[in-house]
Write a protein that binds this ligand. Structure first.
Ligand code: F1P
Length: 610
Protein backbone atom coordinates (compact mmCIF):
# COMPACT_ATOMS: atom_id res chain seq x y z
CA UNK A 1 0.00 0.00 0.00
CA UNK A 2 1.43 3.42 0.91
CA UNK A 3 5.20 3.84 0.97
CA UNK A 4 7.07 5.64 3.74
CA UNK A 5 10.64 6.97 3.90
CA UNK A 6 12.28 9.04 6.63
CA UNK A 7 15.82 10.24 7.32
CA UNK A 8 17.86 12.09 9.95
CA UNK A 9 21.27 13.11 8.62
CA UNK A 10 23.81 15.89 8.47
CA UNK A 11 23.50 16.10 4.70
CA UNK A 12 20.37 17.19 2.82
CA UNK A 13 17.99 14.25 2.71
CA UNK A 14 15.59 15.24 -0.09
CA UNK A 15 17.38 13.16 -2.75
CA UNK A 16 17.54 10.12 -0.46
CA UNK A 17 13.83 10.44 0.29
CA UNK A 18 12.95 10.88 -3.37
CA UNK A 19 14.99 7.85 -4.45
CA UNK A 20 13.30 5.87 -1.66
CA UNK A 21 9.87 6.91 -2.93
CA UNK A 22 10.77 5.87 -6.47
CA UNK A 23 11.76 2.48 -5.16
CA UNK A 24 8.52 2.18 -3.20
CA UNK A 25 6.26 3.53 -5.88
CA UNK A 26 5.05 0.04 -6.69
CA UNK A 27 3.35 -0.09 -3.29
CA UNK A 28 0.86 2.68 -3.92
CA UNK A 29 0.81 5.62 -6.21
CA UNK A 30 -2.00 8.07 -6.46
CA UNK A 31 -0.10 10.94 -4.88
CA UNK A 32 3.22 11.66 -3.22
CA UNK A 33 4.75 14.19 -0.88
CA UNK A 34 7.76 15.19 1.15
CA UNK A 35 8.47 17.45 4.13
CA UNK A 36 11.80 18.53 5.59
CA UNK A 37 12.81 20.88 8.38
CA UNK A 38 14.96 23.64 6.84
CA UNK A 39 17.87 25.40 8.56
CA UNK A 40 15.54 28.09 9.92
CA UNK A 41 13.58 25.33 11.68
CA UNK A 42 10.59 25.73 9.38
CA UNK A 43 8.59 22.90 7.90
CA UNK A 44 8.84 22.85 4.12
CA UNK A 45 6.44 20.61 2.28
CA UNK A 46 5.73 19.68 -1.34
CA UNK A 47 2.89 17.36 -2.35
CA UNK A 48 1.55 16.34 -5.73
CA UNK A 49 -1.33 14.34 -7.13
CA UNK A 50 -0.12 11.52 -9.38
CA UNK A 51 3.11 9.58 -9.57
CA UNK A 52 6.43 10.25 -7.89
CA UNK A 53 7.61 11.80 -11.19
CA UNK A 54 5.15 14.67 -10.57
CA UNK A 55 6.70 15.25 -7.16
CA UNK A 56 10.16 15.01 -8.70
CA UNK A 57 9.24 17.75 -11.21
CA UNK A 58 7.78 19.91 -8.45
CA UNK A 59 10.91 19.49 -6.33
CA UNK A 60 13.16 20.57 -9.17
CA UNK A 61 11.23 23.86 -9.30
CA UNK A 62 10.98 24.15 -5.53
CA UNK A 63 13.91 22.20 -4.00
CA UNK A 64 13.72 21.20 -0.35
CA UNK A 65 16.84 21.38 1.82
CA UNK A 66 17.30 20.00 5.31
CA UNK A 67 18.79 17.08 7.20
CA UNK A 68 15.56 15.73 8.70
CA UNK A 69 12.65 14.71 6.51
CA UNK A 70 9.82 12.33 5.73
CA UNK A 71 8.17 11.32 2.48
CA UNK A 72 5.24 9.23 1.31
CA UNK A 73 3.50 7.66 -1.68
CA UNK A 74 -0.22 7.25 -1.13
CA UNK A 75 -2.78 4.62 -2.11
CA UNK A 76 -6.04 6.27 -1.14
CA UNK A 77 -8.19 4.76 1.59
CA UNK A 78 -9.87 7.71 3.36
CA UNK A 79 -10.45 10.58 0.98
CA UNK A 80 -10.03 10.73 -2.80
CA UNK A 81 -6.59 10.96 -4.38
CA UNK A 82 -5.77 14.70 -4.35
CA UNK A 83 -3.01 17.06 -3.30
CA UNK A 84 -5.03 18.03 -0.24
CA UNK A 85 -5.23 14.43 0.93
CA UNK A 86 -1.61 13.58 0.09
CA UNK A 87 0.88 13.06 2.93
CA UNK A 88 2.77 14.44 4.84
CA UNK A 89 -0.05 15.99 6.85
CA UNK A 90 0.77 18.77 9.26
CA UNK A 91 -0.60 20.10 12.50
CA UNK A 92 -0.25 23.79 13.37
CA UNK A 93 2.79 24.07 11.08
CA UNK A 94 4.82 22.28 13.78
CA UNK A 95 4.34 18.57 13.19
CA UNK A 96 4.46 16.62 9.97
CA UNK A 97 3.35 12.99 9.71
CA UNK A 98 3.23 10.16 7.18
CA UNK A 99 1.11 7.08 7.71
CA UNK A 100 0.32 3.71 6.16
CA UNK A 101 -2.77 1.88 7.41
CA UNK A 102 -6.31 2.71 8.48
CA UNK A 103 -7.38 4.35 11.74
CA UNK A 104 -10.80 2.89 12.47
CA UNK A 105 -11.88 5.32 15.20
CA UNK A 106 -10.91 8.39 13.17
CA UNK A 107 -14.43 9.85 13.17
CA UNK A 108 -14.73 9.95 16.96
CA UNK A 109 -11.23 11.38 17.30
CA UNK A 110 -11.93 13.95 14.59
CA UNK A 111 -15.02 15.18 16.49
CA UNK A 112 -13.09 15.41 19.75
CA UNK A 113 -10.19 17.28 18.16
CA UNK A 114 -12.52 19.64 16.28
CA UNK A 115 -14.14 20.46 19.62
CA UNK A 116 -10.66 21.28 20.92
CA UNK A 117 -10.19 23.80 18.09
CA UNK A 118 -8.23 21.82 15.51
CA UNK A 119 -9.09 22.61 11.91
CA UNK A 120 -9.08 19.78 9.39
CA UNK A 121 -7.87 20.47 5.87
CA UNK A 122 -8.15 16.94 4.44
CA UNK A 123 -10.53 13.98 4.59
CA UNK A 124 -7.83 11.60 5.79
CA UNK A 125 -7.57 9.57 8.97
CA UNK A 126 -3.88 10.56 9.01
CA UNK A 127 -4.59 14.22 9.71
CA UNK A 128 -6.47 13.03 12.80
CA UNK A 129 -3.24 11.44 14.01
CA UNK A 130 -1.28 14.64 13.32
CA UNK A 131 -3.62 16.75 15.47
CA UNK A 132 -3.90 14.07 18.15
CA UNK A 133 -0.11 13.90 18.56
CA UNK A 134 0.06 17.71 18.49
CA UNK A 135 -2.53 17.85 21.24
CA UNK A 136 -0.68 15.22 23.28
CA UNK A 137 2.48 17.30 22.98
CA UNK A 138 0.78 20.02 25.01
CA UNK A 139 0.44 17.49 27.86
CA UNK A 140 3.60 15.39 27.42
CA UNK A 141 7.22 16.37 27.79
CA UNK A 142 8.48 15.28 24.38
CA UNK A 143 7.49 13.87 21.00
CA UNK A 144 8.17 10.27 22.01
CA UNK A 145 5.81 10.42 25.00
CA UNK A 146 3.22 12.28 22.92
CA UNK A 147 3.32 9.60 20.22
CA UNK A 148 3.07 6.83 22.84
CA UNK A 149 0.07 8.56 24.41
CA UNK A 150 -1.56 9.11 21.02
CA UNK A 151 -1.13 5.59 19.65
CA UNK A 152 -2.76 4.21 22.78
CA UNK A 153 -5.93 6.00 21.67
CA UNK A 154 -5.86 4.63 18.12
CA UNK A 155 -7.83 1.66 16.86
CA UNK A 156 -6.77 0.16 13.55
CA UNK A 157 -3.49 -0.17 11.74
CA UNK A 158 -0.60 2.19 11.39
CA UNK A 159 2.99 2.46 10.36
CA UNK A 160 3.77 6.10 10.97
CA UNK A 161 6.66 8.57 11.17
CA UNK A 162 6.37 11.95 12.87
CA UNK A 163 8.64 14.98 12.73
CA UNK A 164 8.57 18.16 14.86
CA UNK A 165 10.14 21.30 13.40
CA UNK A 166 10.94 22.50 16.94
CA UNK A 167 13.30 19.55 17.47
CA UNK A 168 14.62 18.37 14.11
CA UNK A 169 17.27 16.17 15.72
CA UNK A 170 14.88 13.21 15.64
CA UNK A 171 12.01 11.35 14.04
CA UNK A 172 9.56 9.25 16.01
CA UNK A 173 8.02 6.18 14.37
CA UNK A 174 5.36 3.74 15.51
CA UNK A 175 4.25 0.42 14.11
CA UNK A 176 1.07 -1.55 14.59
CA UNK A 177 -0.26 -3.58 11.69
CA UNK A 178 1.80 -1.87 8.96
CA UNK A 179 5.49 -2.64 8.51
CA UNK A 180 8.36 -0.28 9.31
CA UNK A 181 12.07 -0.90 9.12
CA UNK A 182 14.95 1.13 10.54
CA UNK A 183 17.99 1.54 8.27
CA UNK A 184 21.28 2.07 10.10
CA UNK A 185 23.78 4.45 8.57
CA UNK A 186 27.01 5.99 9.82
CA UNK A 187 26.17 9.25 11.53
CA UNK A 188 22.75 9.12 9.88
CA UNK A 189 19.73 6.85 10.21
CA UNK A 190 16.65 6.07 8.18
CA UNK A 191 13.14 4.64 8.30
CA UNK A 192 11.04 3.04 5.60
CA UNK A 193 8.06 0.80 5.07
CA UNK A 194 10.28 -1.56 3.02
CA UNK A 195 14.03 -2.13 3.11
CA UNK A 196 14.13 -1.80 -0.69
CA UNK A 197 13.71 1.97 -0.31
CA UNK A 198 16.93 2.30 1.65
CA UNK A 199 19.29 -0.03 -0.22
CA UNK A 200 21.19 2.86 -1.84
CA UNK A 201 22.13 4.17 1.65
CA UNK A 202 22.41 1.11 3.89
CA UNK A 203 22.23 -2.68 4.08
CA UNK A 204 21.80 -2.88 7.85
CA UNK A 205 18.25 -3.03 9.13
CA UNK A 206 16.19 -3.44 12.27
CA UNK A 207 12.59 -4.52 11.74
CA UNK A 208 10.19 -2.87 14.17
CA UNK A 209 7.80 -5.29 15.82
CA UNK A 210 4.10 -4.89 16.51
CA UNK A 211 3.53 -2.09 19.02
CA UNK A 212 7.09 -0.73 18.76
CA UNK A 213 7.77 2.98 18.96
CA UNK A 214 11.16 4.22 17.80
CA UNK A 215 13.06 7.45 18.39
CA UNK A 216 15.54 7.92 15.60
CA UNK A 217 18.48 10.33 15.82
CA UNK A 218 21.62 10.71 13.71
CA UNK A 219 23.75 8.78 16.19
CA UNK A 220 21.19 6.92 18.23
CA UNK A 221 18.22 4.62 17.82
CA UNK A 222 15.96 3.88 20.80
CA UNK A 223 13.14 1.38 20.45
CA UNK A 224 10.34 0.88 23.00
CA UNK A 225 7.58 -1.69 23.08
CA UNK A 226 3.91 -0.71 23.46
CA UNK A 227 4.26 -0.49 27.25
CA UNK A 228 7.10 2.02 26.89
CA UNK A 229 9.77 -0.49 27.94
CA UNK A 230 13.08 -0.14 26.11
CA UNK A 231 13.78 -3.12 23.82
CA UNK A 232 16.50 -4.21 21.38
CA UNK A 233 15.75 -5.48 17.91
CA UNK A 234 18.16 -7.67 15.99
CA UNK A 235 20.29 -6.00 13.29
CA UNK A 236 19.94 -7.84 9.98
CA UNK A 237 22.32 -7.51 7.05
CA UNK A 238 20.24 -7.46 3.82
CA UNK A 239 21.31 -9.69 0.96
CA UNK A 240 19.09 -7.91 -1.55
CA UNK A 241 20.88 -6.47 -4.57
CA UNK A 242 21.40 -2.73 -4.53
CA UNK A 243 20.04 -2.63 -8.05
CA UNK A 244 17.12 -4.95 -7.25
CA UNK A 245 14.95 -1.95 -8.03
CA UNK A 246 16.36 -1.41 -11.56
CA UNK A 247 14.66 -2.51 -14.77
CA UNK A 248 17.97 -3.31 -16.47
CA UNK A 249 17.58 -3.93 -20.22
CA UNK A 250 13.85 -4.58 -19.91
CA UNK A 251 11.01 -2.24 -20.77
CA UNK A 252 9.07 -3.18 -17.65
CA UNK A 253 9.78 -4.75 -14.27
CA UNK A 254 7.18 -7.39 -15.08
CA UNK A 255 9.03 -8.51 -18.20
CA UNK A 256 12.33 -8.52 -16.30
CA UNK A 257 10.77 -10.59 -13.54
CA UNK A 258 9.22 -13.05 -16.00
CA UNK A 259 12.67 -13.56 -17.53
CA UNK A 260 14.32 -13.88 -14.13
CA UNK A 261 12.33 -17.02 -13.34
CA UNK A 262 14.97 -19.60 -14.29
CA UNK A 263 17.38 -17.87 -11.89
CA UNK A 264 14.87 -17.31 -9.13
CA UNK A 265 13.83 -20.97 -9.25
CA UNK A 266 17.53 -21.94 -9.12
CA UNK A 267 17.88 -19.77 -6.01
CA UNK A 268 14.83 -21.34 -4.41
CA UNK A 269 16.34 -24.79 -4.88
CA UNK A 270 19.92 -23.88 -3.99
CA UNK A 271 21.25 -25.97 -1.08
CA UNK A 272 17.83 -27.44 -0.37
CA UNK A 273 17.93 -30.62 -2.42
CA UNK A 274 19.89 -33.78 -1.64
CA UNK A 275 20.61 -36.40 -4.24
CA UNK A 276 17.15 -37.89 -4.16
CA UNK A 277 15.49 -36.00 -1.35
CA UNK A 278 14.34 -32.61 -0.29
CA UNK A 279 16.43 -31.47 2.70
CA UNK A 280 13.82 -31.07 5.42
CA UNK A 281 16.03 -28.81 7.53
CA UNK A 282 15.54 -26.12 4.90
CA UNK A 283 12.12 -25.60 6.50
CA UNK A 284 13.69 -24.99 9.91
CA UNK A 285 15.20 -26.91 12.79
CA UNK A 286 11.87 -28.16 14.12
CA UNK A 287 10.54 -29.14 10.68
CA UNK A 288 11.39 -32.85 10.84
CA UNK A 289 9.59 -33.27 14.14
CA UNK A 290 6.54 -31.25 13.05
CA UNK A 291 6.25 -32.78 9.56
CA UNK A 292 6.33 -36.31 10.97
CA UNK A 293 3.11 -35.58 12.86
CA UNK A 294 1.16 -33.65 10.21
CA UNK A 295 -2.14 -35.25 9.13
CA UNK A 296 -3.85 -32.21 7.69
CA UNK A 297 -2.74 -29.01 5.99
CA UNK A 298 -4.67 -25.72 5.96
CA UNK A 299 -3.33 -23.19 3.46
CA UNK A 300 -4.20 -19.49 3.80
CA UNK A 301 -3.28 -16.79 1.29
CA UNK A 302 -4.61 -13.99 -0.94
CA UNK A 303 -4.54 -13.30 -4.68
CA UNK A 304 -1.78 -14.95 -6.63
CA UNK A 305 -0.44 -16.62 -3.50
CA UNK A 306 -3.87 -18.19 -3.02
CA UNK A 307 -3.63 -19.69 -6.51
CA UNK A 308 -0.28 -21.24 -5.55
CA UNK A 309 -2.03 -22.77 -2.55
CA UNK A 310 -4.76 -24.19 -4.80
CA UNK A 311 -2.18 -26.00 -6.92
CA UNK A 312 -0.61 -27.38 -3.74
CA UNK A 313 -3.91 -28.89 -2.67
CA UNK A 314 -3.81 -31.21 -5.70
CA UNK A 315 -0.21 -32.11 -4.88
CA UNK A 316 -0.81 -32.69 -1.16
CA UNK A 317 -3.72 -35.05 -1.69
CA UNK A 318 -2.35 -36.83 -4.76
CA UNK A 319 1.35 -37.10 -3.90
CA UNK A 320 1.56 -36.92 -0.11
CA UNK A 321 -1.81 -38.49 0.71
CA UNK A 322 -2.49 -35.65 3.13
CA UNK A 323 -5.79 -33.84 3.38
CA UNK A 324 -5.42 -30.20 2.39
CA UNK A 325 -7.79 -27.23 2.49
CA UNK A 326 -7.08 -23.87 0.92
CA UNK A 327 -8.87 -20.67 1.81
CA UNK A 328 -8.66 -16.97 1.04
CA UNK A 329 -7.39 -15.21 4.17
CA UNK A 330 -10.12 -12.55 4.24
CA UNK A 331 -12.76 -15.30 4.41
CA UNK A 332 -10.93 -17.59 6.80
CA UNK A 333 -10.37 -14.86 9.37
CA UNK A 334 -14.06 -14.07 9.73
CA UNK A 335 -15.58 -17.51 10.05
CA UNK A 336 -15.46 -20.27 12.61
CA UNK A 337 -13.56 -23.16 11.12
CA UNK A 338 -13.01 -26.73 12.21
CA UNK A 339 -9.42 -27.71 12.97
CA UNK A 340 -8.70 -31.44 12.59
CA UNK A 341 -6.05 -32.99 14.84
CA UNK A 342 -2.39 -32.54 13.84
CA UNK A 343 -3.08 -29.73 11.42
CA UNK A 344 -0.32 -27.59 9.99
CA UNK A 345 -1.23 -24.03 9.06
CA UNK A 346 0.61 -22.81 5.96
CA UNK A 347 0.50 -19.16 4.93
CA UNK A 348 1.81 -18.11 1.53
CA UNK A 349 2.75 -14.52 0.81
CA UNK A 350 5.15 -12.63 -1.38
CA UNK A 351 5.36 -9.63 0.94
CA UNK A 352 4.84 -11.28 4.32
CA UNK A 353 2.79 -8.22 5.29
CA UNK A 354 -0.63 -8.86 3.74
CA UNK A 355 -3.03 -7.70 6.44
CA UNK A 356 -5.64 -10.44 5.97
CA UNK A 357 -3.08 -13.27 5.85
CA UNK A 358 -1.36 -11.94 8.95
CA UNK A 359 -4.68 -11.65 10.80
CA UNK A 360 -5.58 -15.20 9.74
CA UNK A 361 -2.27 -16.49 11.11
CA UNK A 362 -2.85 -14.72 14.43
CA UNK A 363 -6.35 -16.12 14.65
CA UNK A 364 -5.18 -19.63 13.76
CA UNK A 365 -2.57 -19.54 16.50
CA UNK A 366 -5.39 -19.44 19.01
CA UNK A 367 -7.42 -22.14 17.25
CA UNK A 368 -5.51 -25.34 17.97
CA UNK A 369 -3.20 -25.73 14.96
CA UNK A 370 -0.19 -27.89 15.73
CA UNK A 371 2.23 -25.42 14.13
CA UNK A 372 2.44 -22.68 11.53
CA UNK A 373 4.70 -22.40 8.50
CA UNK A 374 5.01 -19.46 6.15
CA UNK A 375 6.31 -19.55 2.60
CA UNK A 376 7.41 -16.00 2.06
CA UNK A 377 9.67 -13.86 -0.10
CA UNK A 378 10.65 -11.15 2.39
CA UNK A 379 13.02 -12.05 5.22
CA UNK A 380 12.18 -10.38 8.50
CA UNK A 381 8.59 -9.67 7.43
CA UNK A 382 5.73 -10.06 9.90
CA UNK A 383 4.62 -13.49 8.68
CA UNK A 384 8.19 -14.77 8.92
CA UNK A 385 8.63 -13.45 12.44
CA UNK A 386 5.30 -14.69 13.72
CA UNK A 387 5.28 -18.22 12.26
CA UNK A 388 6.83 -21.28 13.89
CA UNK A 389 8.61 -22.20 10.67
CA UNK A 390 9.57 -20.03 7.72
CA UNK A 391 10.74 -21.01 4.26
CA UNK A 392 12.03 -18.16 2.12
CA UNK A 393 10.98 -18.43 -1.53
CA UNK A 394 14.06 -16.39 -2.62
CA UNK A 395 12.46 -14.91 -5.74
CA UNK A 396 14.41 -11.68 -5.22
CA UNK A 397 12.69 -8.30 -5.05
CA UNK A 398 9.49 -8.32 -7.09
CA UNK A 399 8.49 -4.83 -8.17
CA UNK A 400 5.79 -5.37 -10.81
CA UNK A 401 2.42 -5.35 -9.10
CA UNK A 402 1.32 -8.42 -11.04
CA UNK A 403 3.16 -11.26 -9.34
CA UNK A 404 5.21 -13.55 -11.59
CA UNK A 405 8.47 -14.93 -10.17
CA UNK A 406 7.06 -14.84 -6.64
CA UNK A 407 4.30 -17.19 -7.83
CA UNK A 408 6.54 -19.74 -9.56
CA UNK A 409 8.95 -19.82 -6.61
CA UNK A 410 5.99 -20.32 -4.28
CA UNK A 411 4.98 -23.33 -6.38
CA UNK A 412 8.51 -24.72 -6.25
CA UNK A 413 8.58 -24.24 -2.47
CA UNK A 414 5.20 -25.92 -2.10
CA UNK A 415 6.28 -28.91 -4.14
CA UNK A 416 9.31 -29.30 -1.87
CA UNK A 417 7.02 -29.06 1.14
CA UNK A 418 4.71 -31.74 -0.28
CA UNK A 419 7.69 -34.05 -0.76
CA UNK A 420 9.06 -33.34 2.73
CA UNK A 421 5.70 -34.05 4.39
CA UNK A 422 4.81 -36.91 2.03
CA UNK A 423 7.96 -38.78 3.05
CA UNK A 424 6.48 -39.12 6.53
CA UNK A 425 3.20 -40.30 5.12
CA UNK A 426 4.16 -43.28 3.03
CA UNK A 427 5.22 -41.54 -0.21
CA UNK A 428 7.63 -43.85 -2.06
CA UNK A 429 11.32 -42.88 -2.12
CA UNK A 430 11.28 -43.19 -5.93
CA UNK A 431 8.49 -40.65 -6.15
CA UNK A 432 10.47 -38.16 -4.10
CA UNK A 433 13.53 -38.86 -6.26
CA UNK A 434 11.41 -38.15 -9.38
CA UNK A 435 10.20 -34.86 -7.91
CA UNK A 436 13.77 -33.84 -7.09
CA UNK A 437 14.85 -34.71 -10.63
CA UNK A 438 12.03 -32.68 -12.17
CA UNK A 439 12.77 -29.73 -9.91
CA UNK A 440 16.42 -29.76 -10.97
CA UNK A 441 15.35 -29.62 -14.63
CA UNK A 442 12.87 -26.82 -14.03
CA UNK A 443 15.11 -23.77 -14.64
CA UNK A 444 16.07 -25.00 -18.12
CA UNK A 445 12.48 -25.99 -18.91
CA UNK A 446 11.33 -22.49 -17.95
CA UNK A 447 14.03 -21.08 -20.22
CA UNK A 448 12.59 -22.99 -23.18
CA UNK A 449 9.07 -21.74 -22.36
CA UNK A 450 10.43 -18.19 -22.39
CA UNK A 451 11.68 -18.75 -25.91
CA UNK A 452 8.01 -18.82 -27.00
CA UNK A 453 7.75 -15.05 -26.52
CA UNK A 454 7.45 -14.29 -30.25
CA UNK A 455 4.46 -16.53 -31.11
CA UNK A 456 2.78 -15.50 -27.86
CA UNK A 457 3.27 -11.83 -28.74
CA UNK A 458 1.61 -12.53 -32.09
CA UNK A 459 -1.24 -14.37 -30.36
CA UNK A 460 -1.79 -11.38 -28.09
CA UNK A 461 -3.03 -9.29 -31.05
CA UNK A 462 -6.28 -11.26 -31.05
CA UNK A 463 -7.08 -10.11 -27.50
CA UNK A 464 -6.45 -6.41 -27.82
CA UNK A 465 -9.94 -5.44 -28.99
CA UNK A 466 -11.80 -7.91 -26.76
CA UNK A 467 -13.59 -7.04 -23.55
CA UNK A 468 -14.02 -10.50 -22.07
CA UNK A 469 -12.20 -13.81 -22.04
CA UNK A 470 -12.37 -17.26 -20.49
CA UNK A 471 -9.51 -19.40 -19.19
CA UNK A 472 -9.97 -23.15 -18.91
CA UNK A 473 -7.96 -25.87 -17.18
CA UNK A 474 -8.57 -29.11 -15.38
CA UNK A 475 -6.95 -30.67 -12.31
CA UNK A 476 -3.88 -28.82 -11.09
CA UNK A 477 -4.02 -26.69 -14.25
CA UNK A 478 -7.33 -25.19 -13.14
CA UNK A 479 -5.63 -22.89 -10.61
CA UNK A 480 -3.09 -22.06 -13.34
CA UNK A 481 -6.00 -20.97 -15.56
CA UNK A 482 -7.20 -18.84 -12.60
CA UNK A 483 -3.78 -17.26 -12.28
CA UNK A 484 -3.66 -16.65 -16.06
CA UNK A 485 -7.05 -14.92 -15.90
CA UNK A 486 -5.95 -12.83 -12.91
CA UNK A 487 -2.81 -11.70 -14.76
CA UNK A 488 -4.81 -10.66 -17.83
CA UNK A 489 -7.40 -8.67 -15.87
CA UNK A 490 -4.81 -7.04 -13.60
CA UNK A 491 -2.68 -5.55 -16.32
CA UNK A 492 -4.82 -5.35 -19.48
CA UNK A 493 -8.16 -4.60 -17.77
CA UNK A 494 -9.84 -7.22 -19.98
CA UNK A 495 -12.45 -9.10 -18.01
CA UNK A 496 -11.11 -12.64 -17.63
CA UNK A 497 -12.72 -15.54 -15.82
CA UNK A 498 -11.34 -18.98 -15.20
CA UNK A 499 -13.35 -22.17 -15.13
CA UNK A 500 -12.58 -25.76 -14.41
CA UNK A 501 -13.36 -26.89 -17.97
CA UNK A 502 -15.95 -29.43 -16.82
CA UNK A 503 -18.08 -26.57 -15.52
CA UNK A 504 -18.48 -24.97 -18.97
CA UNK A 505 -21.80 -26.51 -19.73
CA UNK A 506 -23.17 -25.48 -16.35
CA UNK A 507 -23.40 -21.87 -17.40
CA UNK A 508 -20.46 -20.13 -19.06
CA UNK A 509 -21.06 -21.86 -22.41
CA UNK A 510 -23.88 -19.34 -22.85
CA UNK A 511 -21.25 -16.62 -23.21
CA UNK A 512 -19.39 -18.22 -26.10
CA UNK A 513 -19.27 -16.38 -29.43
CA UNK A 514 -16.52 -15.06 -31.65
CA UNK A 515 -15.93 -12.12 -29.35
CA UNK A 516 -14.96 -14.32 -26.47
CA UNK A 517 -11.42 -15.69 -26.70
CA UNK A 518 -11.04 -18.91 -24.71
CA UNK A 519 -7.57 -19.76 -23.41
CA UNK A 520 -6.97 -23.42 -22.61
CA UNK A 521 -4.12 -24.93 -20.62
CA UNK A 522 -3.87 -28.41 -22.09
CA UNK A 523 -0.77 -30.48 -21.36
CA UNK A 524 -1.04 -34.15 -22.17
CA UNK A 525 -2.22 -35.74 -18.93
CA UNK A 526 -4.97 -38.10 -17.89
CA UNK A 527 -7.55 -35.32 -18.20
CA UNK A 528 -6.64 -34.32 -21.74
CA UNK A 529 -9.36 -36.29 -23.48
CA UNK A 530 -11.98 -34.72 -21.20
CA UNK A 531 -10.49 -31.31 -21.93
CA UNK A 532 -10.60 -31.95 -25.68
CA UNK A 533 -14.36 -32.56 -25.39
CA UNK A 534 -14.70 -29.27 -23.53
CA UNK A 535 -12.80 -27.52 -26.35
CA UNK A 536 -15.13 -29.06 -28.92
CA UNK A 537 -18.06 -27.64 -26.98
CA UNK A 538 -16.53 -24.19 -27.43
CA UNK A 539 -15.60 -24.70 -31.10
CA UNK A 540 -19.05 -25.98 -32.03
CA UNK A 541 -20.47 -22.66 -30.81
CA UNK A 542 -18.15 -20.46 -32.83
CA UNK A 543 -15.77 -19.77 -29.95
CA UNK A 544 -12.11 -18.88 -30.52
CA UNK A 545 -9.62 -21.20 -28.84
CA UNK A 546 -6.07 -20.25 -27.81
CA UNK A 547 -4.44 -23.42 -26.56
CA UNK A 548 -1.19 -24.10 -24.72
CA UNK A 549 -0.35 -27.77 -25.13
CA UNK A 550 2.59 -30.12 -25.56
CA UNK A 551 3.53 -32.12 -28.62
CA UNK A 552 2.09 -35.32 -27.14
CA UNK A 553 -1.31 -33.68 -26.81
CA UNK A 554 -1.70 -33.86 -30.64
CA UNK A 555 -3.80 -30.75 -30.86
CA UNK A 556 -4.11 -29.38 -34.35
CA UNK A 557 -4.11 -25.80 -35.38
CA UNK A 558 -7.26 -25.16 -37.38
CA UNK A 559 -10.24 -22.89 -37.89
CA UNK A 560 -10.71 -20.89 -34.75
CA UNK A 561 -8.01 -22.89 -32.94
CA UNK A 562 -4.56 -21.51 -32.34
CA UNK A 563 -2.09 -23.82 -30.60
CA UNK A 564 1.24 -22.97 -28.97
CA UNK A 565 3.31 -26.03 -28.26
CA UNK A 566 5.51 -26.41 -25.20
CA UNK A 567 8.08 -29.10 -24.50
CA UNK A 568 6.68 -32.21 -22.83
CA UNK A 569 7.46 -32.13 -19.09
CA UNK A 570 6.69 -34.35 -16.10
CA UNK A 571 3.08 -33.86 -14.95
CA UNK A 572 4.15 -32.77 -11.49
CA UNK A 573 5.95 -29.61 -12.68
CA UNK A 574 3.56 -28.86 -15.56
CA UNK A 575 1.57 -26.27 -13.53
CA UNK A 576 4.77 -24.28 -13.01
CA UNK A 577 5.82 -24.53 -16.66
CA UNK A 578 2.41 -23.57 -18.09
CA UNK A 579 2.32 -20.45 -15.93
CA UNK A 580 5.06 -18.86 -18.06
CA UNK A 581 3.22 -18.55 -21.40
CA UNK A 582 0.14 -17.18 -19.62
CA UNK A 583 2.29 -14.48 -17.97
CA UNK A 584 3.75 -13.59 -21.39
CA UNK A 585 0.31 -13.51 -22.99
CA UNK A 586 -1.08 -11.02 -20.48
CA UNK A 587 2.10 -8.94 -20.71
CA UNK A 588 1.91 -8.61 -24.49
CA UNK A 589 -1.84 -7.93 -24.48
CA UNK A 590 -1.20 -5.11 -21.99
CA UNK A 591 1.60 -3.74 -24.20
CA UNK A 592 -0.72 -3.63 -27.21
CA UNK A 593 -3.43 -1.97 -25.12
CA UNK A 594 -0.90 0.53 -23.77
CA UNK A 595 -1.80 0.09 -20.11
CA UNK A 596 0.54 0.76 -17.21
CA UNK A 597 1.98 -2.74 -16.91
CA UNK A 598 4.00 -2.37 -13.72
CA UNK A 599 1.56 -0.18 -11.88
CA UNK A 600 -1.94 -1.10 -13.02
CA UNK A 601 -4.71 1.25 -12.00
CA UNK A 602 -6.23 0.88 -8.52
CA UNK A 603 -3.84 -1.88 -7.43
CA UNK A 604 -0.97 -1.97 -4.96
CA UNK A 605 1.80 -4.46 -4.51
CA UNK A 606 1.57 -5.02 -0.83
CA UNK A 607 -1.89 -4.99 0.70
CA UNK A 608 -1.22 -3.94 4.26
CA UNK A 609 -4.77 -2.76 4.95
CA UNK A 610 -7.80 -4.94 5.34
C1 F1P B 1 -1.14 -11.02 -2.17
C2 F1P B 1 -1.48 -10.24 -3.43
C3 F1P B 1 -0.53 -10.59 -4.58
C4 F1P B 1 -0.80 -9.69 -5.80
C5 F1P B 1 -0.80 -8.21 -5.46
C6 F1P B 1 -1.62 -7.92 -4.24
O1 F1P B 1 0.04 -10.56 -1.67
O2 F1P B 1 -2.81 -10.56 -3.81
O3 F1P B 1 -0.70 -11.91 -4.93
O4 F1P B 1 0.16 -9.93 -6.80
O5 F1P B 1 0.52 -7.78 -5.34
O6 F1P B 1 -1.38 -8.84 -3.16
P1 F1P B 1 1.09 -11.44 -0.86
O7 F1P B 1 0.42 -11.88 0.41
O8 F1P B 1 1.50 -12.59 -1.72
O9 F1P B 1 2.22 -10.48 -0.58
Amino acid sequence: MCGIVGAVAQRDVADILLEGLKRLEYRGYDSAGMAVVDNQSNLQRVRRLGKVAELDDALSLQPLAGGTGIAHTRWATHGEPSERNAHPHVSSDDLAIVHNGIIENHETLRDELTAKGYEFLSETDTEVMAHLIHHELTKNKDLLSAVLAAVNQLEGAYGTVVMDRRDPSKLVAARSGSPLVVGLGIGENFLASDQLALLPVTRRFQFLEEGDVCELRRNRIDIYDRTGKKVTRKIIESDLDHDAGDKGQYRHYMLKEIHEQPDSVRNTLEGRLGDKQVLIDSFGEKAEEIFSKVRNVQIIACGTSYHAGMVARYWFEEIAGIQCNVEIASEFRYRKSFVPANSLLVTISQSGETADTLAALRLAKESGYMASLTLCNVPGSSLVRESDLAFMTRAGAEIGVASTKAFTTQLVSLLMLVAAIGRHNGMANEQEADIVKSLRLLPSVIESSLSLSKPIEAMAEAFSDKHHSLFLGRGSQYPIAMEGALKLKEISYIHAEAYAAGELKHGPLALIDNNMPVVVVAPNNELLEKLKSNMEEVRARGGLLYVFADSDARLMQGDNVEVITLNRVADVIAPIVYTIPLQLLSYYVAIIKGTDVDQPRNLAKSVTVE
